[in-house]
Design a binder for this molecule. Structure first.
Ligand code: SIN
Length: 300
């Protein structure tokens, strides 16, 4: 399932660049010498830069994946995606898809037309992972640069290079080299609830607020005035914040807004002693936002 991104992007050395210009069928052509592409059905879902991905599109992807996997002869799904929000789409699917079949997201850091484009190798790797029986029952996966990551733990951690993704708390769960797939540990799926999403449900406004020296709580106040139903505060260190922010977050909870505390520091666990706030635990702020969104939708 093609959604666009740099893997389907074109650019030249002068820096002119556009994501999502090449259709999925042409991306598939680039791996025809490595993988039996006659076994692959292409669905062109979107051709966007993934910065324009949104929750409605996530729901469309979810439905397409479910419909496709319902076929007996469907072994798995590969979703080609821009790298900017790939970890978020993967996390959303991880928490909403109830399947043992492999669902694998991949992308590229270099446009298809660039020197040493990484897209074809990533696509071959992702197809090999989706086609491998050992990938069943491991949840949604992200395959980039020869590494297999669980969608529950992965984040984009690098702005430029092809080694752009890492699971900073756990490490990659496997490796794929020239189509040869290996896992480091026996099969298991990350343990968490799977949320059932009804497509028509209106999605609540749930922003992330990022901590900084001098935050006086005004941003928290303004998102409340704007109608936030929940918010993620990406605090310092293990999830701490200033006294003014604490007052603003207390006020948010009093107004019935759900507050989840995460941290802008990527590695480690959030410690939230104040029980009126939810803790994002190991989740990044973006993952925490998706989980909070799902929790709020589940409650209404
Ligand atoms: C995008 O996220 O669509 C553009 C950037 C990328 O794919 O690396």
């Amino acid at each position: 399932m093609a959604t666009g991104g740099t893997i389907a992007g074109t650019g030249d050395i002068k820096g002119k660049y556009e994501a999502g210009t090449i259709p999925g069928s042409r991306l598939l052509d680039s791996v025809k010498d490595a993988f039996d592409i006659n076994r692959v059905e292409v669905q062109e879902l979107f051709s966007i830069d993934s910065k324009d991905m949104n929750e409605n599109m996530w729901q469309e992807i979810l439905i397409c994946v479910k419909n496709f996997l319902a076929k007996d002869d469907a072994a798995g799904v590969v979703i080609t995606h821009g790298t900017d929000t790939m970890a978020e789409t993967a996390f959303f699917l991880e928490y909403t898809l109830d399947t043992d079949k492999p669902v694998v997201l991949t992308g590229a850091m270099r446009p298809a037309s660039s020197l040493s484009a990484d897209g074809p190798m990533n696509l071959w790797s992702a197809l090999s992972v989706a086609d491998n029986k050992e990938s069943k029952g491991r949840g949604v996966l992200v395959v980039m640069n020869g590494e297999i990551h669980s969608a529950a733990y992965v984040a984009k951690i690098m702005r430029n290079d092809v080694s752009a993704f890492a699971s900073v708390n756990t490490g990659a769960i496997g490796s794929v080299l020239n189509g040869d797939v290996r896992y480091f540990l026996p099969k298991s799926r990350p343990k968490h609830k799977i949320y059932k999403i009804e497509r028509e449900k209106k999605l609540p406004f749930v922003p992330i607020i990022y901590s900084y020296a001098g935050d006086d709580g005004e941003v928290v106040g303004s998102v409340l005035r704007y109608g936030a139903k929940g918010l993620v505060y990406a605090g310092f260190g293990s999830g701490t914040f200033s006294k003014s922010v604490k007052n603003a977050l207390d006020e948010a909870v009093k107004k019935g807004v759900k507050v989840m505390i995460s941290s802008k520091v990527l590695k480690g666990r959030t410690l939230t002693e104040d029980k009126k706030f939810m803790s994002a635990d190991f989740l990044t702020p973006e993952q925490a936002r998706i989980l909070l969104l799902l929790k709020i939708m589940d409650d209404v």
